[in-house]
Write a protein that binds this ligand. Structure first.
Ligand code: TRP
Length: 355
């Protein structure tokens, strides 16, 4: 199995993936502060997180570093990643967030101006509204990093070989190589002298980014850097099932959608794990494990107790599939109403991140 950070793929067997790529299971008891993403297997695995956990415990400096692809509108799948970043920030991380404008230009043909607009209007604004704070946070553009960061993105090329790149990425073209080196520099630069020197860094990402993590860890060992740790999350599925895609209205819900639209689209598209007829559902119960409304609630419902009740009631046939959709609609609607206000407030803070 090959993971291609620039293609699309779906993971069928997480156990096998973890075994093949040396991803360790998350042990919720070893996580510094509880979050439902961990105990529900949404953040399902990690590499080397132990050294970040011990830096947190011993009050040593550590950082969270991740990047965003500035394409399309901000949806609930993006919110999950933002929630992770904010979780690490609350734990005391120095935060580094890269806008992958060089990568989006090279691999998707998005202009730097367009990338900037999307990054600020869609991503940054929503991050702030969700609770990201400017303190100890560097939000930057790959096209505009510091001189040492820019140089690092070139010098790392000397620390790998064409064969290594081919074995990690498969067929690789020059544009993708430059994107990969830029990302390696993103991940290593929190450890540059100008940022306080070597320290444990955690990179929260989807598994599609694993090749970049592997390359960066190899290169870190060959330079004077601590190999970065990573946590891996399962991407939210699309409403209809399959991959969540922002260009398909039957797939994504955006944070700017109105409750009316949400109700319409969830009812129309959300894949149901319910039975064909009411009698059959009451008798045999539904299947929450394939029901997308339920799957989305595992991301959104913070109360373990409530979620378990929903799961049990659905399985027992007490909760109908329309009612399951109703629970999701309510959750999403309440959220977007509140978020609308928060996003307007967030506008005033945007400049603090763009210094
Ligand atoms: N390649 C990432 C994506 O496609 C974006 C990214 C750029 C990134 N630099 C990064 C992710 C550094 C993690 C760390 O989404």
């Amino acid at each position: 199995m090959e993971l291609n950070p620039w293609g699309s793929f779906e993971v069928k067997d997480y156990k096998k993936l973890m075994k093949n790529f040396g991803i360790d299971k998350i042990e919720p008891s070893k996580i510094p502060e509880k979050h439902h993403f961990f105990n529900r297997g949404i953040i399902f695995g990690h590499k080397d997180f132990g050294k970040v956990a011990s830096a947190i415990k011993n009050k040593k400096p550590w950082a969270m570093m991740t990047g965003l692809m500035p394409s399309g509108k901000f949806h609930f799948g993006h919110k999950m990643v933002a929630d992770e970043m904010i979780y690490f920030q609350k734990l005391g991380a120095e935060c580094y967030i890269a806008v992958a404008d060089i990568e989006s230009n090279l691999t998707r043909g998005i202009s730097l101006e367009e990338a900037r607009k999307t990054a600020v209007e869609e991503y940054l604004l929503n991050y702030i509204a969700l609770g990201l704070k400017p303190k100890k946070t560097k939000f930057y553009f790959q096209s505009q990093g510091s001189t040492d960061y820019m140089n690092l993105s070139k010098f790392v090329s000397k620390k790998t070989t064409y064969n290594e790149l081919k074995s990690i990425y498969g067929d690789i073209t020059p544009d993708k190589m430059v994107s990969a080196f830029t990302q390696v520099a993103d991940i290593l630069h929190p450890q540059l002298k100008e940022n306080g020197g070597p320290k444990p860094v955690v990179v929260p990402v989807g598994v599609d980014q694993l090749p970049h993590i592997s390359l960066t860890r190899d290169i870190a060992n060959r330079m004077k850097f601590i190999p970065p740790a990573a946590t891996f999350h399962k991407l939210m599925p699309g409403l209809k099932g399959g991959k969540l895609s922002s260009s398909d209205p039957g797939s994504a819900i955006f944070l700017t959608d109105t409750p009316k639209e949400i109700k319409k689209r969830v009812n129309k598209y959300a894949f149901s794990g319910g039975r064909q007829t009411l009698e059959e559902h009451r008798k045999k119960g539904g299947n929450p494990d394939i029901d997308i409304s339920y799957q989305w609630l595992t991301y959104l419902e913070e109360s373990d107790k409530k979620l378990k009740q929903t799961y049990d009631d659905y399985k027992a046939g007490k909760l109908l599939s329309g009612e399951m959709k109703g629970l999701l609609i309510e959750k999403l609607s309440k959220f977007v109403e509140k978020h609308k206000v928060n996003r307007e407030k967030a506008r005033k803070q945007v400049d603090k991140f763009l210094k």
